[in-house]
Design a protein around this ligand. Structure first.
Ligand SMILES: [Mg+2]
Length: 266
């Protein structure tokens, strides 16, 4: 289908594009990947910088709160760390085998005809590995990642010359939306981080807080699991008819079939 026909087909859906965060959004925190990542960062701080082991965790938390990540904080404080070295250390030893294929989520994503984009603070190698583990590597049109937001970091002469840009900074959001080339008013943005959701709202995106049961102030929707998308935001699947101006909604039975194949098996 050419893009013109596709836009006619999707004319009645309020969304032209869905932008998904990756970690803790497309898979749950219960995998243990997030905890493993925190431990790896602590080990990085101890081994590479000689910070006392007992203080590593609190330093990591402080750097995250103030600068958005340990890498961003360490560089802002003048430590000359290459982003590639940092990412290969903290991501390279993650237990990726804990992330299992998710065919239900795959079916759900494939049933969405609009553009689907990954927007993650992680580096591209990590993003591709995670998508491979989940069996979702062919479900997205674009990956916006660390390298997209920080294309010139390697050319800086001092570590604090260029700030590391990450969600939720507005500069990072602007670069991402420009790279995605979307109209924020017709784009759904899904993320598990409340601050990222607030930044998305400030950019005019429709926002979905994932992994929580209660909406934050700037969230338009909340999903306990991304797989609940069909139940909570069925208007994603609204589509128009070819040729005439009659608008149809996906039939109840069609939507039920999608929801059944994406139902959570407890
Ligand atoms: Mg996340």
């Amino acid at each position: 289908m050419d893009s013109c026909s596709k836009s006619i087909m999707d004319a009645s859906s309020p969304f032209d594009c869905l932008i998904f965060d990756l970690d803790d959004t497309l898979y749950t925190t219960s995998t243990g990947i997030g905890e493993a990542l925190k431990k790896n960062i602590d080990v990085f701080l101890v081994e590479k910088f000689g910070f006392p082991e007992i203080k590593a965790s609190s330093l990591r938390v402080e750097l995250f709160k103030t600068y958005g990540s340990s890498l961003a904080g360490l560089r802002a404080l003048g430590h000359d760390i290459s982003a590639d070295d940092y990412h290969s250390f903290v991501h390279g030893r993650l237990p990726y085998e804990l992330i299992k294929p998710d065919p239900q989520l795959r079916n759900l994503l494939l049933s969405i005809s609009q553009r689907k984009i990954i927007f993650t603070n992680s580096d591209r190698i990590h993003a591709v590995k995670v998508l491979d583990c989940l069996g979702l590597n062919d479900c997205f049109d674009q990956i916006i990642c660390f390298e997209t937001m920080n294309p010139n970091l390697d050319t800086s002469t001092r570590p604090d010359e260029l700030p590391v840009l990450l969600k939720p900074s507005m500069d990072a959001m602007k670069i991402a939306l420009e790279a995605a080339n979307v109209n924020p008013r017709r784009t759904l943005f899904l993320d598990d981080n409340v601050r990222n959701i607030a930044a998305g709202k400030a950019m005019g995106l429709h926002t979905v807080l994932v992994g929580k049961t209660v909406k934050s102030k700037e969230a338009d929707y909340v999903l306990e699991m991304v797989k609940n998308l069909g139940q909570v935001i069925p208007e994603i699947w609204v589509s128009g008819m070819n040729g005439d101006d009659r608008r149809i909604r996906r039939s109840k039975s069609e939507l039920a079939a999608i929801l059944t194949t994406t139902a959570v098996v407890v």
